[in-house]
Design a binder for this molecule. Sequence first.
Ligand SMILES: Nc1nc2c(c(=O)[nH]1)N[C@H]1C(S)=C(S)[C@@H](COP(=O)(O)OP(=O)(O)OC[C@H]3O[C@@H](n4cnc5c(=O)[nH]c(N)nc54)[C@H](O)[C@@H]3O)O[C@H]1N2
Ligand SMILES: Nc1nc2c(c(=O)[nH]1)N[C@H]1C(S)=C(S)[C@@H](COP(=O)(O)OP(=O)(O)OC[C@H]3O[C@@H](n4cnc5c(=O)[nH]c(N)nc54)[C@H](O)[C@@H]3O)O[C@H]1N2
Ligand SMILES: [Mo]
Length: 774
Amino acid sequence: MLPTPERPTLATHWGTYRVHSDGSVPVGLSPYEGDPNPSPIADAMIAARTSPARILRPAIRRSFLERGAAAGGEARGAEPFVEVEWEQALAIVAGEVDRVRKDHGNAAIYGGSYGWASAGRFHHAQSQIHRFLNVIGGYTRSVQNYSFAAADTILPHVIGDRRGLASGHTPWRLLAGHAELIVMFGGASPKNAQVSSGGLSRHTLREGILACRDAGARLVSISPIRDDTATEAGAEWWAPRPNSDVALMLGLCHTLLSENLHDRDFLASHTTGFERVAAYLLGEPDGVVKSADWAAALCELPAEDIRALARRMAASRTFLMMSWSLQRADHGEQPYWMTVTLAAMLGQIGLPGGGFGFGYGSVNGVGNAAHEIAWPSLPQGSNAVEDFIPVARIADMLLHPGEPYDFNGEQRRYPHARLVYWAGGNPFHHHQDLNRLVAAWKRPETIIVHDAWWTATARHADIVLPVTTQFERNDLVCANRDLMLAASHRLADPAGEARDDFAIFSALAARLGVEEAFTEGRDEESWIRHLYGLARQRIAAVDIEIPDFDQFWRDGITLLPEPAKVKPLLADFRADPHAYPLTTPSGLIELFSERIASFGYADCPGHAAWLPSAEWLGAAAAKRFPLHLISNQPATRLHSQYDNGSHARASKIAGREPLRMHPDDAAARGLRDGDIVRVFNDRGACLAGLRTSDALRPGVVQLATGAWFDPLQPGEPGSLDKHGNPNVLTPDRGTSRLGQGPSAHSCLVEIEAYRESAPPVTSHEPPPFFSRQP
Ligand SMILES: Nc1nc2c(c(=O)[nH]1)N[C@H]1C(S)=C(S)[C@@H](COP(=O)(O)OP(=O)(O)OC[C@H]3O[C@@H](n4cnc5c(=O)[nH]c(N)nc54)[C@H](O)[C@@H]3O)O[C@H]1N2
Ligand SMILES: Nc1nc2c(c(=O)[nH]1)N[C@H]1C(S)=C(S)[C@@H](COP(=O)(O)OP(=O)(O)OC[C@H]3O[C@@H](n4cnc5c(=O)[nH]c(N)nc54)[C@H](O)[C@@H]3O)O[C@H]1N2
Ligand SMILES: [Mo]
């Protein structure tokens, strides 16, 4: 039996809260008392638990229920569902999984199941589904993530691993007081630092950045949107054309080189290939000198400012920050390689307050001083299937089974996915070019989805199984880059007939004869106790003692002391590159990579280079579609999660997602604040509510991700999205043959007034279905 908590606790991706309950259901949340800057995203959770979009019973698409996989996928998304009993649903799911693995082999099951799901070490949906699919013989998986796929692939070639991207960052503690100049490409966004995958204790971006400012650092925010950096930070705002940052950095590098301000010693001792970069800067291979004047014309910033910034960088202790957004763009590998190149020329890598780091404003906790502990998670077992795809290539896989593609030096072939199984993600939120996905999604024989709400992905499935939310189950949260373990206590009975993913997979495993292998004889409580025990052991290895499980469970929150010693990123390597070599082929920072050059990719040559995006304001396509669309992360929710909640809904304009535009661009189109507009390009169109704002660079518009996809004609590729989901507009194009990451931030559109009477938004209501008496 779990002990009764003293103060019921809820630990989420957006913060930790104490829960007020009326005895049977949660009625209010108070942010954890130690959090200096709590996020309001949680406000939406209580009402959303039982909102109309909640899935209450298992449901099956009508013709699939009648004819099984022989129904074909053509009507997915369009047909009504039929509610069924759990036993019937489980029998059909187990039967389909078994049929596909017997007829086609386990590689025909695509179980990548990408997505954020909910915080918690045990009920983590991806761990659950992967463990289940592994015990039944394996599945085709996905590698990388949508957050930083291009960076994930390029950085190991340049610095040997992913330090400075997801871990190992120079902490704020070593920036404040040391950094004299912090240049933030993509800003350091307060909206994004509301969340951290897997939970968090304190929201720390604000205090981190203000500490740097108070210690005298000059802050420069380079972003098309002013409020990408908090107003109170008082940063200088530079607004280049989106996707032109590499040109800007080349102009800075050229200034350093031509004025002899680069650190020759550091380049000689710690890097390889600088001579190739220098030749490129001077225009030797292509006849184009990458001067500040050249850069100025591309990014539309004054050349004199670029030269002045380069001089200032060389004269100061300078830290280069770059958000993850810049690599979620066509040729997204280049800004990251370029940042390392610029930082290497400045020669301050490994010094307190100098060098580079990625994502300080992308999620909370980057730059926290925390212990690097590998927290325990539900073991996934091993996958007998070797095949995988880069995660953002899903539509390509479904449309082109068996066809070749390039990835990081390999030539691979797309597997033939006949059954798609998703738990804990929303591809009809996260993928680009949703009209293409609607078409691709008709191809598999069977699609199974677990979710708590009727998301667009659930609506496009054959079999939908309702799952619990965090209020309805117990879990353990061990926050990454943080100093907290928290309990997430069960505070309500499941809505309708919802079950935990664990219960569903246990029941399926039993039907397939592998229940013991899946559960190891443990239930929820014994798994949580087991995982806590492992966490306790791993913390003991860094000499920290935490309470026994029962005490922890009663308290709800356990804090760890900050580590006494912290180091700048790559400090050891700086101090002694021979004793602490990087794991690159040369052991040094590779400003030129023989390995990448050997791949022969025109879209990712042997050194960082200016490769214009297919879609940006300098492209020919801008004549027809003259606005650069930034589909950034939403301030009012996590991706699509809680778009149906009060907080996100309060931000809508006439029920549509707000689109921000500079007043001059609006005036030029005869548009006014509050209008419903149609946003379009050759890939699709959506409606949105117009908000004029001078926080945007003219020529740039911003429509956050996450409004639930709401096609006027469900199931029809190309249908108007009534609600404002930018992914009907974004391109589904790999960043390059190297990284194959998503390139959402390279997208051109046009906008016009929507003069017809606007159809109502229906995506927060359930789809049509035939109900079963509960
Ligand atoms: N245009 C554009 N598109 C983007 C981006 C962009 O910048 N621009 N950003 C991309 C990025 S970085 C990311 S990470 C992705 C995010 O994409 P996702 O992570 O797929 O988005 P979420 O809305 O978080 O989807 C999580 C789903 O899991 C469900 N869920 C929550 N808890 C549970 C659970 O316990 N069990 C089960 N079975 N389900 C659960 C939620 O209800 C929700 O439907 O989007 C990407 N898409
Ligand atoms: N509230 C909230 N926070 C979130 C999320 C969420 O859904 N909601 N999602 C989380 C996830 S999964 C991730 S991966 C991170 C992502 O974190 P990021 O990738 O950093 O986030 P974005 O919001 O896509 O982009 C941040 C800003 O970069 C700027 N930008 C875009 N393109 C360019 C460019 O070409 N040049 C320059 N200089 N700037 C550019 C845009 O103005 C944009 O607002 O956010 C996380 N934080
Ligand atoms: Mo992400």
